[in-house]
Design a protein around this ligand. Structure first.
Ligand code: AMP
Length: 426
């Protein structure tokens, strides 16, 4: 049987998983500092959840969802994103009644049937947050600051934050009408996709990467001219709050978000290491989503970062956290009879919190040492040596190459001390 992974999906191998775990750990810690709690929603949802909220004329709903019928003929989709699921959970579990304001974070796989390329997968992973229940512009700034701080903590230097406002739903309608009027004369010069977008979802014309379309759209009057006073003021307040937090940003008048539910603040974080798919993450307000799902009018904002792209941006950055072996100690044995002893000792050491490995391939001492070195273990204990003093264990520090003899009875205590020293000096 020659079965391989599906196109656009990946096995994440142990050699790479450290970076994933490191990113997830830093994210969890950082989110906790800002008061976010983890929410795990199902990977499958009723298709209607996405079609009704993301929008019928968006790329995700039109082309990218993995949708199937289950045995009971229900229409089900693999989640292409998590915001709609989080809003569903907020209402389903009555957070609107219990708390009003709730902050959630999620980490997990999303599915979109796109043409795979560097940084674009069919199963990809997002780390995201949603703060539901407030219209406060300081929350917009806080969430952007959180995203930037998280990237810095992960070790991704110089991310670019671009912000814009799309206005409220009323403004969006007005802006869409104006966009169509302003683009009408150049309709035939737009690319084929934009000609379709023109009537179906004109905002997406602003998102087009085609050179010609860009030339046309960048001559359009700023969308900001059409904002209502409240949305103008909100955007002003967001910028002021970003300045208070000392978050660097640029305003991009043409930045839009592809999904229907976005209103007011929209933002995108890019990084130069990424190439053509340069967005590390994106987010924005969605003040109508909860009411569209039959809840009350509820202000909300969130963002999602793409983990695969974080890994790409991080690939030059090798840190202790992403490269260190998880094994503290390898017990190598010279003779077969020492094997049973090391087998028992490994169990004792693990109980004491020391990550230990032994040989299961009946290898020579030399090749055990080679394997330990290759795996990047911190220390190797040689059991069964020295021959004339079986009460001693030889311990080799693989970093410095230094060897010493340690009394068997003191070994666990000594190992703990050495590992503490190792951590302190790392
Ligand atoms: P979006 O929900 O489309 O705004 O996506 C938010 C972030 O998720 C993007 O900025 C990317 O980092 C990541 N992302 C979205 N789609 C993909 C994909 N197909 N493959 C990998 N990452 C993706």
């Amino acid at each position: 049987m020659n079965v391989r992974t599906l196109r656009g999906t990946n096995d994440i191998l142990p050699a790479e998983i450290k970076k994933w775990q490191f990113i997830e750990e830093v994210a969890r810690k950082t989110f906790r500092l800002y008061g976010y709690e983890e929410l795990r929603t199902p990977i499958i949802e009723e298709t209607a959840l996405f079609t009704r909220t993301i929008g019928e004329t968006t790329d995700i709903v039109e082309k990218q969802m993995y949708t199937f019928q289950d045995q009971a003929k229900r229409k089900i989709s693999l989640r292409p994103e998590a915001t709609a699921s989080v809003a569903r959970a907020y209402l389903e579990h009555a957070f609107d009644k219990k708390r009003k304001f709730a902050k959630f974070y999620y980490i997990g796989p999303m599915f979109r049937s796109e043409r795979p390329q560097k940084g674009r997968m069919r199963q990809f992973h997002q780390i995201g947050v949603e703060a539901i229940g407030s219209y406060d512009p300081c929350l917009d700034a806080e969430i952007m600051s959180l995203a930037i701080n998280l990237l810095k903590k992960i070790g991704i230097a110089q991310p670019n934050l671009a912000i814009n406002t799309l206005g409220c739903r009323k403004d969006k309608k007005k802006i869409a009408k104006e966009l169509r009027e302003n683009l009408k004369a150049q309709f035939s010069e737009l690319c084929k996709s934009c000609q379709q977008r023109f009537s179906r979802n004109v905002f997406r014309v602003l998102d087009c990467k085609n050179e010609n379309c860009r030339k046309i759209t960048h001559k359009l009057p700023s969308l900001h001219q059409s904002l209502c006073p409240a949305c103008s003021e909100h955007f002003k307040e967001v910028k002021k709050a970003l300045d208070i937090l000392d978050v660097k940003y640029s305003v991009d008048d043409y930045l839009v978000r592809g999904l229907d539910y976005y209103t007011k603040t929209a933002f995108e974080i890019t990084h130069k290491a990424l190439g053509s798919q340069d967005a590390l993450g994106a987010g924005g307000r969605y003040d109508n989503l909860v009411s569209d799902m039959d809840g009350e009018e509820t202000g909300a904002i969130g963002f999602a970062l793409g983990v695969e792209r974080l890994i790409i941006a991080l690939s030059d950055h090798e840190s202790k956290e992403t490269t260190d072996s998880s094994i503290d100690l390898y017990i190598a044995t010279k003779e077969e009879k020492a094997h049973e002893e090391s087998f028992k000792m490994a169990d004792l050491l693990r109980r004491e919190g020391i990550a230990t490995e032994i040989d299961y391939l009946n290898r020579s001492l030399k090749s055990q040492m080679r394997a330990a070195d290759k795996n990047g273990v911190k220390f190797v204990a040689i059991s069964g040596e020295p021959e004339n003093n079986r009460e001693k264990i030889i311990l080799k520090d693989m970093g410095t190459g230094q060897q010493e003899e340690i009394d068997k009875n003191d070994f666990v205590k000594e190992m703990k001390r050495k590992l503490q020293d190792y951590e302190a000096h790392a």
